[in-house]
Ligand binder design. Structure first.
Ligand code: COA
Length: 323
């Protein structure tokens, strides 16, 4: 039987500081009513100085390892998806490796904006299927509060900070052979790079880098592309909408999430929603939502879970996983 990867554990970390819409509206020309009506967001977490991408990623990864009953000795690879690394190098993944006491293997950061976690999961699954590694931490960790333009009310109200992680391991003979990562599909369209981007980077002189978004266009592409990605995942596995137990979507906007749920014919209580409390945490949003719904017992072993995300690039993708 070919090697498969099992999603063995999940974890998340949210910064201590919660910022409500009401608090934001004291410094930004906005209102709780506008934000809630257009996005479903009620609050977000903002990182303190010490809550860096590596710090939060380490906390989420440690929780994922504990949930899986695994230790640092089981980790052969660390893939950390982020658009807000602490340093140009070393990779934040390697700061996590050091902090966790992982002495072997390798790690790297992966940049695919809000689709970063799905991309990282796809790469880690491929490494396990190829027999190159047996255990991989897949992390999404972001501090978007450090790249927001506080003069742009159309974007600065939408994002939050946080980290989520999963531990993937190669299946053994003892595992139920229906379990595991059934498929991943990742896509990109670089010609749409200018509808959602950061206008600077470490390598650019005099450009601190702020997020810029043409929200309506992104919205339009998100609904179309994500619907395609979901159909692609189901078709690749010979499955139907009714086979899905849970949708764990990227948490950008409750209207996009509801549209996806409707397209799949899933009742609202089968769609995991955290955008109201976390806002959009980019690469961290899907693993944070997964960790929450696993942690509170909603998602159970054996459930079929569909993950999807889209973000700057444009980059998007899906993963179908039986827990
Ligand atoms: N508070 C109050 N008013 C605001 C506002 C805010 N925070 N942000 C924008 N507005 C105003 C605009 O100035 C505009 O006013 P006007 O009509 O007087 O010019 C009005 O609200 C409508 O703005 P618009 O940008 O057209 O709103 P929208 O209905 O497209 O909603 C988004 C904006 C961002 C919520 C929506 O486009 C969206 O969700 N896009 C997708 C975002 C996304 O998913 N991004 C991440 C992908 S990873």
């Amino acid at each position: 039987m070919p090697i498969r990867s099992i999603l063995a554990g999940c974890g998340g970390y949210l910064p201590e500081r919660i910022v409500t819409n009401e608090e934001l509206s004291r410094t930004v020309d906005t209102s709780d009513a506008w934000i809630q009506e257009r996005t479903g967001i009620r609050q977000r977490h903002f990182a303190a100085k010490h809550e860096t991408t590596a710090f939060m990623g380490t906390a989420a990864a440690a929780a994922a390892l504990a949930d899986a009953g695994a230790t640092a000795a089981d980790v052969d690879a660390i893939i950390l998806a982020t658009s807000t690394p602490d340093q140009a190098f070393p990779a934040s993944a390697l700061r996590v490796q050091a902090a966790l006491g992982v002495k072997q293997g390798f790690g790297f950061d992966l940049s695919a904006a809000c689709a970063g976690f799905i991309y990282a999961l796809s790469v880690a699954d491929g490494l396990i299927r190829a027999g190159q590694v047996r255990g991989a931490l897949v992390i999404g960790s972001e501090v978007y509060s450090r790249i927001l333009n506080w003069q742009d009310r159309g974007t600065c109200v939408l994002f939050g900070d946080g980290a989520g992680a999963v531990f993937l391991r190669a299946a053994t003979a003892a595992d139920d052979d229906r379990r595991g990562v059934l498929s991943t599909h990742i896509h990109a369209q670089g010609t749409l790079g200018d509808i959602l981007y950061v206008d600077g980077a470490v390598g650019q002189p005099d450009k601190p880098g702020h997020l810029v978004m043409h929200g309506r266009e992104v919205f339009r592409h998100a609904v179309t592309r994500l619907a395609e990605a979901v159909e692609e995942a189901l078709a690749a596995n010979g499955l139907r909408h009714t086979d899905i137990d849970w949708l764990v979507p990227h948490q950008a906007n409750s209207r996009i999430i509801e549209a996806m749920g409707r397209k799949l014919g899933l009742p609202a209580d089968r769609v995991v929603v955290t955008v109201d409390r976390h806002a959009n945490t980019s690469a961290a949003s899907v693993p944070l939502a997964l960790a929450e719904a696993r942690g509170d017992g909603r998602i159970k072993p054996g459930d079929l879970v569909l993950l999807e995300a889209l973000g700057g690039g444009l980059a998007w993708g899906s993963a179908l996983v039986r827990l």
